[in-house]
Design a protein around this ligand. Structure first.
Ligand code: FMN
Length: 323
């Protein structure tokens, strides 16, 4: 299976399945001397953990991180950092019914079509547990860019709407907005690795995402150039723009304004309502998905969005130091 790594100079590889013994990440390219403790990483993982509210999956995992390599006496050594979280609250029998039946909106059919084999327990590699490795790696990347502040928030839906969907055995989508402050001008490369393109790649690699927009985003199609152009000015000795329709990048390079982007998450596909589908022999089936699921993916995705953005920015800062 290709495509388990992300990043150029700062490269992460995530590994593991939802119901395997453990899950984690390897981070290659982290500079030596960065102060990191398991506590720093745990703080971020605790924000991602399920079972913390009645509006998230009740799977109860401590998600305790262990640093296996690359950190000595509290500082990175420059060698690959391996991070592991043991899976504990697996209930694989919850999933035995979906062994051969394709869940609508999930990746069962496409995995079978591509690999001819799939670890169906808890979604295997397609599970949100894969994002543990991203968040753990993001906690280390955060140490490389201490001045840059990244914050994601849920724009919609409300807790009331999520609760209603949950009671109806259904699910809802959600929009997350992320703001990145204190970005120096000059990060990003102008052609295939445009900063906005790299952020889009990072965000759309998060399971359950369906859309990405930066700055004015899709609204730009309704605007005139005179409205959309951000006029330049000097403020406190800095080059700034009066508005920020660009969302912090021009020509794929940061312009010193806040980077602002939004990510659309689809409604969770695993719902307990009856749905029509087929099995792996092409026979019609009716499926009701039992087990423990999130009624709104976006509600749990904020630390994941922040971590992926952190990985992109830290990578770009390291690249900037080499030119
Ligand atoms: C934090 C988080 C929690 C998720 N929880 C669930 C869940 O409980 N049930 C589910 O079917 N999908 C859940 N997903 C989404 C699936 O992992 C995803 O839909 C699936 O891998 C198919 O990929 P795609 O939606 O990107 O095409 C979650 C995703 C994230 C990021």
């Amino acid at each position: 299976m290709a495509g388990n790594s992300f990043g150029n100079l700062l490269k992460i590889t995530t590994w593991g399945e939802s119901h395997g013994p453990a899950i984690g990440a390897v981070i290659d390219g982290c500079p030596a001397g960065v102060k990191v403790t398991e506590k720093d990483i745990q703080k971020e993982l605790d924000r991602r953990r399920p079972g913390q509210s009645k509006l998230t999956s009740p799977r109860n995992e401590a998600d305790k991180v262990e640093i296996l390599s690359g950190v000595f006496e509290g500082r990175t050594t420059g060698s690959p950092i391996s991070l592991m979280v043991k899976n504990k609250d697996q209930k694989s029998k919850d999933y035995s019914k979906i062994k051969s039946v394709y869940r609508p909106g999930h990746a069962d059919f496409t995995y079978d079509a591509k690999y001819g084999i799939r670890d169906y327990r808890g979604g295997g590699r397609t599970s949100a547990r894969e994002t543990i490795g991203r968040v753990a790696a993001g906690a280390i990347a955060k140490k490389i860019i201490p001045a840059i502040k990244i914050n994601a928030k849920l724009l919609k839906p409300t807790a009331k709407l999520i609760d209603k969907a949950k009671k109806e055995n259904d699910s809802v989508g959600g929009l997350i907005e992320c703001t990145i402050k204190n970005v120096p001008p000059g990060l990003g490369s102008p052609v295939f690795d445009k900063l906005d393109a790299r952020l889009a790649h990072a965000m759309l690699s998060i399971p359950g995402t369906k859309g990405f927009e930066i700055g004015s985003g899709f609204k730009c199609v309704e605007m005139k150039g005179s409205e959309h152009n951000d006029e330049f000015q000097i403020k406190n000795g800095k080059v700034l723009t009066k508005t920020n329709h660009a969302g912090g990048t021009l020509g794929g390079i940061s312009n010193g304004m806040d980077i602002v982007f939004r990510v659309a998450f689809k409604p969770t596909s695993s719902i307990a309502l009856k749905q029509q589908t087929i099995n792996n022999k092409g026979k019609k089936e009716v499926i009701e998905i039992k087990g423990r699921h999130d009624p709104c993916i976006a509600l749990r995705a904020m630390p994941i969005v922040e971590s992926m953005a952190t990985l992109v920015l830290a990578d770009e800062l390291l690249i900037q130091k080499t030119i």
